[in-house]
Design a protein around this ligand. Structure first.
Ligand code: ASP
Ligand code: MG
Length: 406
């Protein structure tokens, strides 16, 4: 018997009717002759509401308590789904992340899965039950509840699929799959039929919100095929797998954007060994993750050093850097939080020249200034004025003829 792991996002279980709808879909997968494990997110905005509530009680919620609090969101949806399934006459059982054997490290609010003990789930499947697992959570060695970071239910689903040896992992959400660009901003955006793990990983980590990038990473390592599709329609969705062809006419697969970007520039840095580490060590200690880093060639042994962080981290980063500016003898430190990141992604680009030039000239013709540029083998990213995001996306979508398909 094949085994399918399905994951339903918060909008797919937002109310009682939607939960009943998910129950019917799980039954349909079972009637096709599969064992079914369902992972659910919290209903609608539950997680946000719980965070708000915690912040109303205190300015600095205790991280252990906060994780237990947030984990309850997924308990609500998983138990309700199990009840809905039983009402349809199907044996079902809900399990918390801990009961499902998901073991994590003890980094609250963004714990990593260390391993999965699949025995309990396997036992329940042997009893021919549909197993519903609360997403986004696990348990430490000390038996404390942790959460996996926002959007973490995707990671729960892929981790379970891998450890149970599932045939595939299906991620159901409120969009029909992965698009060439955000269809809310680019009306011509097209759904992508299939995409390689590496391209999807770049899209997800460059701001495409359909899937948690850690889930894609896990899928890639264990070669687990992942289908992203809508829970509201029967459209086929996007398959993420290892075999996507790079020998296709259009080497660009998609464009991602991210509005959560701030830039910090340390001006007038003395160009000598040790200054970069003097700047980045304290940032690392403060748990601030730095994305793009640019250091200019120095003139007269003085240089500028620019890096980007999440907008939400920029005030904290400035606070950490200010004393460092003094100690290394730099002039000052400035930040800009009105920025966005647009990235053009495609595995085919690594063997074909000219894509960067095409991106830059398209932005130039649209009158968009590029603040910073970074690349990987399969991605070119420009950091621009936040207000120009939509313009940039439409311009690039056209420049790379993404409306045309492969
Ligand atoms: N409920 C959690 C969140 O809103 C996890 C998830 O949806 O995957 O981030
Ligand atoms: Mg989600």
């Amino acid at each position: 018997m094949a085994l399918v792991v399905q994951k339903y996002g918060g909008s797919s279980v937002a109310d009682a009717d939607k939960i009943k709808n998910v129950a019917r879909q799980a039954v349909a997968a079972r009637e096709e002759g599969n064992h079914v494990v369902v992972v659910v997110s919290a209903m609608g905005k539950t997680t946000n509401n719980l965070i708000t509530l915690a912040n109303q009680v205190t300015d600095s919620p205790d991280e252990r308590e906060l994780d237990v609090l947030l984990s309850t969101g997924e308990l609500i949806s998983s138990t309700l789904l199990a009840m809905a399934l039983r009402t349809l006459g199907v044996e079902a059982i809900s399990l918390s992340g801990a009961q499902a054997g998901i073991r994590t490290d003890s980094v609250y609010s963004r714990a990593r899965i260390l391993g999965v003990d699949p025995n309990r789930i396997k036992k329940e499947l042997e009893k021919d039950r549909v197993v519903i697992v609360a997403g986004f959570q696990g348990i430490t060695e000390e038996m404390d509840i942790t959460t996996l970071g926002r959007g973490g239910s995707d990671t729960t689903a892929v981790a379970l699929a891998v450890s149970l040896g599932a045939d595939r992992c299906e991620i159901y959400t409120d969009v029909e799959g992965v698009y060439t660009a955000d269809p809310r901003l680019v009306p011509e955006a097209r759904k992508i039929e299939d995409i390689g793990y590496d391209e999807m990983l770049e899209l997800a980590s460059s701001g495409a919100k359909v899937m948690h990038s850690r889930a894609v990473e896990l899928g890639e390592v264990y070669k687990m095929p992942i289908l992203v599709a809508s829970s509201f329609t029967d459209e086929p969705g996007t398959l993420i797998h290892g075999g996507a062809s790079v020998e296709i006419a259009n080497k660009v697969r998609g464009i991602a954007h991210d509005l959560n970007v701030a830039k910090v520039t340390v001006v007038g840095v003395p160009d000598k060994p040790g200054v970069a580490s003097a700047i980045f060590e304290p940032l690392a200690k403060a748990n601030i993750s730095v994305d793009t880093i640019v250091q200019n060639a120095s003139i007269n042994k003085i240089t500028d050093l620019t890096f980007t962080v999440a907008k939400s981290d920029s005030a904290k980063a400035m606070k950490v850097i200010e004393p460092v500016v003094k100690s290394i003898g730099a002039r000052e430190c400035v930040s800009d939080t009105k920025l966005a990141k647009v990235s053009v992604i495609g595995a085919g680009m690594q063997t074909a020249p000219g894509y960067a030039a095409r991106m830059f000239s398209a932005l130039y013709e649209a009158g968009i200034n590029i603040e910073l540029i970074t690349t990987s083998e399969i991605r070119i990213t420009c950091i621009i004025d936040e207000a120009k995001t939509e313009d940039a996306l439409r311009t690039l979508h056209k420049a790379f003829e993404l409306e045309k398909g492969l």
